[in-house]
Design a protein around this ligand. Structure first.
Ligand SMILES: [Zn+2]
Length: 297
């Protein structure tokens, strides 16, 4: 993939179509030079750090596949969503927010975060909330708070470029992730409905295809349909009482077993748990003796 310039906003593709552990980045080439989510191509970001004067690094949310190469921009100020502050301050908050309950899993992630992703606890220089406007010179970006994926997850709308940065509302076939401890399924859906009303001509998402031209209503529909599909499959499964293990091996989220198994088992359950909680809230499902089943009648 190639970098693409829209006025003063530059799309910087991540390796392997910006798939995890990478993402795509934005570079704002204005009086105040800024980078959004610097976890795309390390060499390209390194050149940017050397050749430009990056004053600000903005994170759309707290996940490692969005902050990875932030340390290349040593003198830059860091702006993050207010509702995602805690994981920046302490590695233990970070681990807790993901919900790794098995001690060996948590320990493995402490190492991965510190060594691979170069996580260092840090107090960000600014936290931002919904409706704020960032001014970089002639370029402006409006914060669109889109919680669900994470509590602080935020999109950015650049009105002059008619460009909406969707961050992890990535419109992928996999669909949305809402499996963290503080992720929220209903908020995820509401946030997708919120951004699709913004009249943008083009869109940038953090992973895979990355660039889209309006209209993309069919892609928003497909993205939300994944949630409904997971719900439907789980409902079918719960015609009989099912254990956590049985729900995991049904592979409703990932479709088939994948490696590393512990990672995908975790993701499968983290996602299914959110569906179960919602069904219980709606009175559709009951839990008894570690098994979930549909409420009959
Ligand atoms: Zn994310």
């Amino acid at each position: 993939m190639e970098s693409v310039r829209f006025g003063r906003v530059v799309f910087m593709p991540g390796p392997n179509r910006g798939k995890y552990p990478h993402c795509h980045s934005l570079f704002i080439d204005d009086e105040v030079q800024a980078v959004v989510d610097p976890a795309s191509d390390e060499a390209a970001l390194k050149r940017l750090a050397e050749e430009k004067r990056i004053a600000v690094v903005i994170h759309s949310h707290w996940h490692e596949d969005h902050f990875w190469f932030t340390d290349l921009f040593a003198g830059a100020r860091l702006w993050v969503p207010a509702a995602d502050l805690e994981p920046y301050l302490d590695l233990e908050n970070f681990i807790r927010w993901y919900g790794f309950d098995a001690p060996e899993h948590a320990q493995q992630w402490r190492q991965i975060l510190a060594q691979q992703f170069r996580y260092r606890p840090r107090r960000p220089d600014r936290t931002y909330t919904d409706g704020e406007t960032f001014s970089f010179g002639t370029t402006r970006a409006e914060v669109v708070h889109t919680p669900g994926h994470t509590p602080g997850h935020s999109c950015l709308f650049f009105p002059e470029e008619s460009l909406l940065f969707l961050a992890d509302i990535d419109l992928s076939r996999f669909g949305p992730w809402y499996g963290d401890v503080y992720s929220n399924l209903d908020d995820t859906i509401a946030s997708v409905e919120k951004v699709r009303k913004i009249p943008a001509r083009r869109y940038v998402a953090s992973h895979e295809q990355g660039l889209f031209q309006a209209p993309i209503d069919d892609l928003f529909d497909r993205y939300l349909a994944v949630v409904e599909d997971r719900d439907r499959k789980l409902r079918e499964l719960l015609g009989e009482p099912r254990s956590r293990e049985e729900i995991i091996v049904s592979r409703i989220v990932y479709g088939r077993p994948r490696e590393p198994k512990s990672f995908y088992d975790f993701g499968e359950w983290a996602t299914m748990r959110k569906h179960l909680e919602r069904m219980i809230r709606r009175g559709e499902v009951k839990e008894e003796d570690g098994r979930w089943r549909l409420v009959s009648g």
